[in-house]
Write a protein that binds this ligand. Sequence first.
Ligand SMILES: NC(=O)c1ccc[n+]([C@@H]2O[C@H](COP(=O)([O-])OP(=O)(O)OC[C@H]3O[C@@H](n4cnc5c(N)ncnc54)[C@H](O)[C@@H]3O)[C@@H](O)[C@H]2O)c1
Length: 458
Amino acid sequence: MTFGKTILCIGAGYVGGPTMAMIAAKCPHCRVTVVDINPERIAAWNSDDLPIYEPGLDELVRTTRNRNLFFSTDIERGIRENDIIFVSVNTPTKSFGLGAGMAADLQYWEKTARQILEFSKSSKIVIEKSTLPVKTALAMERILNCRDNGICFDVLSNPEFLAEGTAVRDLEHPDRILIGSRDTDSGLKARQTLVDIYANWVPRQRIITSGIWSSELSKLVSNAFLAQRISSINAISALCEKTEADVTEVSRAIGMDTRIGPKFLNASIGFGGSCFKKDILNLVYLCRYYGLEEVAHYWENVVKINDYQQERFIRNMMGAMFNTLAGKGICLWGFAFKANTGDTRESPAIFIARRLLEERAEVVISDPKALKNARSDLSGVEGRVRYVEDPVAAAEGCHAIALLTEWHLYHELDFQKIFESMAQPAFIFDGRNILDHKRCFDIGFNVYPVGKPPLRHF
Ligand SMILES: NC(=O)c1ccc[n+]([C@@H]2O[C@H](COP(=O)([O-])OP(=O)(O)OC[C@H]3O[C@@H](n4cnc5c(N)ncnc54)[C@H](O)[C@@H]3O)[C@@H](O)[C@H]2O)c1
């Protein structure tokens, strides 16, 4: 079969895999290839056991794979044979040298740019899918257009706004698609090529275009605003606990103001995931680089409140459980950073598990999708940890349950049976405020939500 357009994506991760599967599904006339340096990841994408869990992803991949969607480790061939190249490699926080702990580590990104330059035999459109500091496209352009061989590269910014756990739905019905380009003839032509791809399924009014720097910055700002809302309500949850106000009631009251809106106002143990923290730190680093100390300070506090919220959760557990956790069984319900994903990157559960182990608690971890990642996150950490998939069995004999991920299955458990199997007095710390607290209290639990008065029997 001959395909109209040939598309390559470099980086087969949480973004590259699902995004390209959706393009392949919606554009059967395009051939889409996803390449990665990690052979195990590619093998998993070619198997029945995909490397990531997302509702709806298995089916999407099953219907497109080997039809017009291909996964491969042959990066050189991929670059040679495709005219449109998405780059979706990881851009973690730098862990060494200048900007360590703040700036984005662009080594994977730059390596990709050099590979594109080395293997290209014709002109290409190169699309930044990864989240990057503002002006990265300039560096990309400088690397790519450094040879005088008649091959030209147009660099576009097309940040990805999907949320893990709802990636397939977000990709199918995006709030918006953002495409940033240079305001030159070839930049605008390249932009139109990408607009035409998305227009196969996204309504035209939802495809917005902008200058390339605005597009790069919008992704960082979008994540910073989302995280800021979480930190804002979490900061208020601390005040609620001191004043006997109820943070859910406060959220409802403020969220009905249409200027504020109801979303992202659930108090919790804090945000996790691979993006929020790293993107805010990246924003902070950029502000400092440009001498905007006050602006940097403002955004940095969003991360500080998130750390504070996690530490507060541990302190509340300690305070409730008579100031010692040593030798006590604590069952963690959920390890993924949010429901409907197995991803544990920057999950608050990692910090909480480590702190509990420092306090010499005996930790039992339960999660329907994230136990494999949890094992690797905690490998080498000293202390007693067990991994038990069934949440009811996991809680047996424990002194407390700490609910850390909002998996729906935790609503449906037999709390009477769980209570009877636990050491007494039994505690529930609901780090997501999703359980029926009154019912748990009536069964006999001492219940500690976030940002609400606890329900205790003593
Ligand atoms: N995960 C999300 O929810 C999300 C959402 C929006 C944007 N983003 C951004 O998208 C980018 C990718 O994120 P992710 O979560 O998919 O990361 P990931 O770590 O899951 O995937 C990145 C992949 O790139 C591969 N890679 C690295 N260097 C390579 C190279 N030179 N050649 C080929 N492959 C290479 C890695 O092996 C890895 O499989 C990041 O910049 C991230 O900030 C992520």
